[in-house]
Design a protein around this ligand. Sequence first.
Ligand code: NAP
Ligand code: MG
Length: 398
Amino acid sequence: MTKIAMKTPLVEMDGDEMTRIIWKQIKDIVLEPFIDLKTEYFDLGLEYRDQTGDQVTIDSAHRTIELGVAVKCATITPNAQRVEEYNLKSMWKSPNGTIRAILDGTVFRAPILVDCIQPFVASWQKPITIARHAYGDVYRDSEMKIDGACKAELLLTMPDGTTQKQLIHDFKGAGVVLGMHNLDDSIASFARSCFNYALDIKQDLWFATKDTISKVYDHRFKDIFQEIYDAEYDELFKTRGIEYFYTLIDDVVARVMRSEGGFLWACKNYDGDVMSDMIASACGSLAMMTSVLVSPTGQFEYEAAHGTVTRHYYRYLRGEKTSTNPMATLFAWTGALRKRGELDELPDLMAFADSVEKISLQLIEEGIVTGDLRALVNLDKVEVVDTEGFLKAIAARL
Ligand code: NAP
Ligand code: MG
């Protein structure tokens, strides 16, 4: 059998623990027997990040800007315990944060839906994709506890030394205060990423803030989105037959609950944090959720939404068979391969990605599932397989 050819390599970012094991299994069992797989390999496993002083993460992100499409395995974000466990030179930053900062990207997350796993919201027929702004607001704020009477003010100091002041509150007693910010550039990048992604997946874009209450801060988000939409995207959206829709955050939440899904929901940083967990758990499991980072200039980095599944890895190290769900990591690969196929005009590669996804969904529909889905699927007969068994079943049908 001749293998499917590729032109441009994918940027391959390997990772840690259980997902590193699954990564190799996916390549060995599902991809390499069928594709002449071309990748540029970057080892983002914690040991090599430590050896290179995290340079490998930075290099992989820059290479993604050049090549356009990356696929990333889940990675450990070190904390104090990991520094000890891996004897690290430093508590390296989150690779996802580093890559996101270099690509200036927005993360899009969507559940993988199957008929036999009913979302808890009965009206949802199609996936709802969340786009979360990943900069600023309460995540980069400055907070203070107020112990007694005092006047809290906002103070701006210009480069020429002049100042501008505004009262926050004249405290008569104890309380709290916070200051936060965002940047026009970052909001504009977020807006463009969302408009581009909506065009890419051909779905309406919904965006909401609390601009009736936050008349300057949240209103700035609304205005930047609208200005960019009118100037750059109105025509494109009309040609594609999709819509940009702005409303208030409380209104959008009510609408989402009554909707049948099938749209892109752009969220400010905090809203996205909260709402993506809501969507994920309403649809079943983090292992059934895709995630892609899109830059405003059109680079794509596909990954799983979950972490390195540490608890399963320790079981694996003890020699036990693990039944970790490979769907999210598998869909990261198929997403990246399909995008590469689209950019390089390789219909066979795109068709292959479609087949892998279709077959893996079929298996779940037939009740052939990993352990995490056992309690979720609504079927009479369920056969729980280990990760390798699930991947081999896909390969057999390919
Ligand atoms: P996690 O790896 O997502 O796992 C949390 C739990 O969720 C697992 O113990 C498992 O539950 C379940 N789970 C997650 N993915 C699963 C899958 N594919 N199949 C079956 N069950 C799955 O989160 P964590 O344990 O909080 O974090 C572990 C490491 O991952 C940390 O070092 C963290 O820094 C890193 N992390 C990386 C990323 C990323 O690179 N994108 C994201 C988040 C966390 P049971 O044990 O009950 O089966
Ligand atoms: Mg959260």
